[in-house]
Design a protein around this ligand. Structure first.
Ligand code: PLP
Length: 405
């Protein structure tokens, strides 16, 4: 029998700086395989699309149980291509969240359509489904839920809204490959789903890359055409598309990393569980909210974001900085008050939950290789920042727990 908790030994303490994210250790652990994959691509001198990309597309489709997966240049392009393939353009509205990375909304503007923002559920930072239903107009063509930080949006009520009004669902799954909702992975939770392989995402390449997953064969065929200038084959251009293809080098590297994705997600879940246990044991949780995982969700923690109460967030971040512990704000300014969207007519006060989240949120290191010693430092630093905890207290971390409460 293994004990339920593993006492944290003095030997495991670390004084080393803890960056918010460190990609080097992960690379070192699979260096041989990565170099083999890169060498293979150079030997063949086939750099764009081709066999490497097809194999990776098949493996991503298999991983999320989708019928089709189409590689492209970035997560941003995946969103633009999806909107184009669904014939969404001028005069059309797409309902989405203002509390997300910029690209979610900019892609809607890029195709000439109008983003319609609605507020978020404060517990998960994801779209509030009731607000989505209330925002539907005769011009609404689609809903674009973001599975923020690695947890899926609340899809069941969104499906009801989509069916009731005949709307497409475009999953912005750029932060959430591998995340699940009622045992199904994102990628098959809407009409199309968009993934990003930006280097700092859970499945990160050696540069930009993206993928679109769908079960719809017609959409898949159109997406394949749209990523190569609308070329239906032999320079027959049936429509004007983009130039947005996935590189063979990226596909070869990503296909190596895909094999480890689930294991890395489990390590992130273990880290999340340790934060929960450690911060509670040090009595730090009265000053903050820890991320909540809905029971129907499998959270992959692309980010681990806490909320700091009472306007203390910036002071806490400063304290962590002094202790050489990395942290960051995702996102400091919601999209409805970004200058480039001023013409949409929103103002501060329109989405109080998104605005409050922007003022309180901060992300902590959660990468798979973090390890107990460095995590202990983060926990102690955070506890001391909020005036909790005793120095050098021994923490008991859950040993086998995979999911944060
Ligand atoms: C990263 C990200 C994107 C864009 O992906 P890129 O590959 O950087 O273009 C879009 N939406 C969300 C929510 C993201 O986190």
């Amino acid at each position: 029998m293994t004990p339920a908790v593993l006492p944290f030994s003095e030997a495991q303490r670390s004084d080393a700086p803890v960056p918010l994210i460190d990609l080097v250790e992960q690379y070192e652990s699979i260096k041989g395989e990565i170099h083999e994959a890169v060498d293979r691509v150079f030997s063949r001198q086939s750099f764009v699309l081709g066999e490497e990309v097809s194999r990776f597309e098949t493996n991503v489709a298999k991983h999320c149980d989708a019928r089709h997966a189409i590689g492209c240049g970035s997560g941003t392009d995946a969103l633009v291509l999806s909107l184009m393939a669904l014939d969404i353009g001028p005069g059309d509205e797409v309902i989405t969240t203002p509390f997300t990375f910029f690209a979610t909304a900019s892609c809607i503007v890029r195709v000439g359509a109008t983003p319609v923002f609605v507020d978020i559920d404060p517990e998960t930072f994801n779209l509030d489904p009731a607000a989505v239903e209330a925002a539907v107009t005769p011009r609404t063509k689609a809903i674009m839920p973001v599975h923020l930080f690695g947890q899926c949006a609340d899809m069941t009520p969104l499906w009801r809204t989509s069916v009731r009004h005949g709307l497409a669902i475009i999953e912005d799954a750029c932060q959430s490959i591998g995340a699940s909702y009622n045992q199904r992975r994102c990628g098959v939770l809407g009409t199309v789903a968009c993934f990003s392989f930006f280097p700092t995402k859970n499945l990160g390449g050696a540069g930009d890359g993206g993928m679109i997953a769908t079960d719809d064969a017609d959409l898949a065929a159109r997406l394949k055409r749209l990523r190569v200038h609308g070329d239906a084959g032999r320079y027959e251009h049936v429509e004007v598309g983009l130039c947005s293809r996935l590189d063979a080098l990226q596909a070869a590297v990503l296909d190596v990393k895909l094999k480890y994705l689930d294991q890395w997600a489990e390590a992130r879940q273990t880290n999340a569980a340790r934060y929960h246990a450690g911060l509670r044991q040090l009595g730090a949780t009265s000053a903050m909210d820890l991320p909540l995982t809905r029971p129907q969700c499998g959270h992959v923690f692309n980010q681990y974001c806490i909320r700091v109460h009472d306007g203390q967030r910036d002071a806490v971040m400063q304290h962590l900085k002094e202790k050489q512990v990395g942290s960051a704000i995702y996102y400091p300014k919601p999209l409805h008050v970004q200058k480039c969207f001023a013409n949409l007519g929103y103002k501060m006060g329109d989405f109080p939950q998104s605005e409050k989240a922007s003022a309180e949120i901060m992300a902590l290191p959660i990468y798979a290789e973090l390890g107990e010693a460095r995590q202990h430092r983060v926990i102690e630093s955070l506890a001391s920042a909020v005036g909790a905890g005793e120095r050098n207290r021994t923490l008991s971390f859950p040993k086998t727990e995979r999911r944060a409460a």
